[in-house]
Design a protein around this ligand. Structure first.
Ligand code: PLP
Length: 394
């Protein structure tokens, strides 16, 4: 690579879709990442919840290494062991009877949207509408974007596919009002992520379940950001105690490898038939063994750590939430957000300079998605940095 300037080269040759932090990440291990200048950072954002447990985990790396010597790819016109094992593992640990393996959160949601439309088609004909929620985020492809009820993401990309009426979050009347003979499903993030770390409630999800049962709709949970241990259970629907018909997963599933899944209950197990849907890379053997290693790591001990660290972190953050520029502290497990009354970007930058990576969403919500294997010492380090940054701003 010689003396190539990585930042300049990236900006010159890639589309301008991301506002990047001005550092080049060179390596990562566990909860820590290093830039190309050798500076070390605690990743309190877990690579956007993808390196959910931690970075470059030895069991994931060795699974990938062993698999890559045997089989990198086989098309979905053939069977392969890793995809079979992963689909079985996901079903045996959840409500699901069937899994569709794919490559990203948006793709898993597109699959769910198609499944809901086909379900509607088979159950009463002209039923294609999927009720979604204000402030939701489901991805950037056109169907997932149409389901994303945040107008700023739609600007310039119309016309979007129709059929996504928008209800108010945690307001059951507004959902009821939108149900018509055209409704096929309800799609919700149990905890809104990009929308600003907004947890729904058990009562609301239970009401949605009852409405879905009453009208024969599918209840679909986009669990792309809020599952795989984030809430202290394997899946967030278990934390809430409300079982969906469809659930999507991505981000942390492959521990850094690109893999996603749509899971469906008995009710939808027979909806798709050959030719209805597909994806070339879905169930890739190398990605599938990484996901199997991740599921193995999400043991009761790991989930207990999430609950313990989550409770401690919330307690630790409470004194900071008393600053006049903090509106609210909220979240569950190791998925916490602190809404400010002032822009969050300077906080993100100040933390980074002191060796702590956090993120800000919706301009004013500081987002904390620390690694699930977080230790007490790492949590204390994060708090020390945050305290210094908050003191400096006040
Ligand atoms: N759904 C939720 C809840 C998400 O948070 C995201 C990404 O942030 C997506 C879907 C889209 O996932 P991907 O970027 O893998 O397409």
């Amino acid at each position: 690579m010689g003396n190539m300037d990585i930042k300049k080269t990236t900006d010159q040759f890639t589309f301008n879709t991301y506002k990047r932090n001005p550092i080049v990440i060179k390596k990562a291990q566990g909860s820590w990442v290093w830039d190309d200048q050798g500076k070390k950072y605690l990743d309190f954002f877990s690579g956007l919840a993808v390196s959910g447990i931690g970075h470059t985990l030895p069991s994931v790396v060795s699974a990938i290494q062993a698999q890559s010597k045997k089989l990198l790819h086989t098309s979905n016109l053939f069977y392969s062991e890793p995809a079979a094992l992963l689909a079985r593992e996901l079903c045996q640990n959840s409500f699901a009877k069937k899994v569709f393996l794919c490559n990203s959160g948006a793709e898993a949601n597109e699959t769910a949207i198609k499944l809901a439309r086909k379900f509607g088609h088979q159950n009463g004909g002209e039923r294609y509408e999927i009720i979604v929620f204000e402030n939701s985020f489901h991805g950037r492809t056109l169907g997932a974007l149409a389901a994303t009820a945040q107008p700023k993401f739609h600007e310039g990309f119309g016309p979007l596919p129709p059929g996504f009426p928008v209800a108010k979050f945690i307001q059951i009347d507004s959902v009821e009002r939108l149900i018509t003979p055209r409704t096929a499903a309800i799609l919700i993030e149990p905890i809104q992520g990009e929308g600003g770390i907004r947890p729904s409630t058990r009562a609301f999800l239970a009401e949605l379940r009852a409405l879905a049962d009453k009208h024969n709709l599918l209840l679909m949970f986009d669990s792309v950001q809020c599952s795989l241990g984030r809430t202290g259970d394997l899946f967030s629907y278990q934390t809430y105690g409300v079982v969906p018909d469809v659930m999507t997963l991505a981000k942390g599933l492959g521990g850094g490898m690109p893999i996603a899944a749509m899971l469906g209950s008995e009710k939808v197990a027979g909806v798709f038939v050959p030719g209805d849907h597909g994806t070339t890379f879905g169930g890739n053997p190398v990605c599938s063994v990484a996901a199997l290693a991740i599921l193995k790591m999400l043991s009761p001990k790991m989930l207990k750590n999430v609950k313990k660290q989550g409770e401690s972190l919330l307690k630790d953050l409470e004194p900071l939430a008393r600053y006049s520029f903090v509106r609210e502290l909220r979240g569950m497990g190791l998925m916490l957000g602190m809404e400010l009354t002032i822009p969050g970007a300077p906080f993100v930058e100040a933390c980074r300079k002191k060796g702590l990576l956090i993120n800000c969403t919706q301009q004013v919500v500081l987002r904390f998605l620390p690694p699930l294997a977080l230790s007490d010492a790492e949590r204390r380090f994060a708090l020390k940095v945050l305290k210094q940054v908050f003191e400096h701003v006040s």
